[in-house]
Design a protein around this ligand. Structure first.
Ligand SMILES: CC(C)(COP(=O)(O)OP(=O)(O)OC[C@H]1O[C@@H](n2cnc3c(N)ncnc32)[C@H](O)[C@@H]1OP(=O)(O)O)[C@@H](O)C(=O)NCCC(=O)NCCS
Length: 153
């Protein structure tokens, strides 16, 4: 397994803006979260949720190559949902998901967000747990996990 050497790897989280970034964002999500998972529902690039001004589509770049995605949905009450987290299949288990989520947390903090939640895939629960997320409802088809970004008073 390749270890992520962040000192040698230029990584960056960007808000999706250009046509090329939108193509990479949708391509990773379609491939990793729909096709690789055998989801029957077709991936919809034009879903209205993507255009909500309080939803932040994010693309993660390593050496300029698009390797991951997430969307941060700001609920404007100090909380946000992290949605559709994905790392390209050939780059998984190399530390990029951890780096991506660290940057997503920093992005959220800049928006004043204090609490994150996510309805996570069953087989990704261990990933979120490693990153300090706690389980809030494990009975759901996609268990609800949360992470607080501020120290308790
Ligand atoms: C889940 C996903 C985003 C993780 O990204 P990644 O780059 O593979 O994760 P990392 O290599 O940064 O792993 C970070 C830590 O989590 C662990 N981990 C990664 N994926 C895991 C999983 N599915 N289950 C349990 N632990 C996992 C790693 O072993 C690592 O632990 P360590 O630091 O103790 O070695 C990625 O594998 C992915 O896109 N999977 C398919 C789509 C998916 O499940 N998305 C989540 C939807 S909620």
């Amino acid at each position: 397994m390749t270890e992520l050497n962040q000192s040698a790897l230029t990584i960056k989280l960007v808000r999706v803006a250009t046509p090329g970034q939108w193509a990479a964002y949708h391509g990773i999500r379609r491939g990793v979260l729909f096709e690789a998972r055998g989801r029957i529902a077709a991936y919809d690039e034009d879903h209205p949720d993507e255009q909500d001004e309080n939803h932040h589509p994010l693309l993660f770049l390593a050496q300029g190559e698009a390797v991951g995605t997430a969307r941060l949905d700001d609920h404007l009450d100090g909380s946000a949902s992290v949605r559709l987290v994905a790392v390209t299949s050939q780059r998984q288990r190399q530390g990029l998901g951890r780096a991506l989520m660290s940057d997503v947390e920093a992005y959220a903090r800049q928006l004043g967000i204090e609490r994150l939640r996510a309805y996570v895939a069953q087989d990704a629960v261990g990933f979120y747990a490693k990153l300090g997320w706690s389980m809030h409802n494990e009975k759901l088809p996609n268990p609800l996990m949360m992470k607080c970004l501020v120290e308790p008073q």
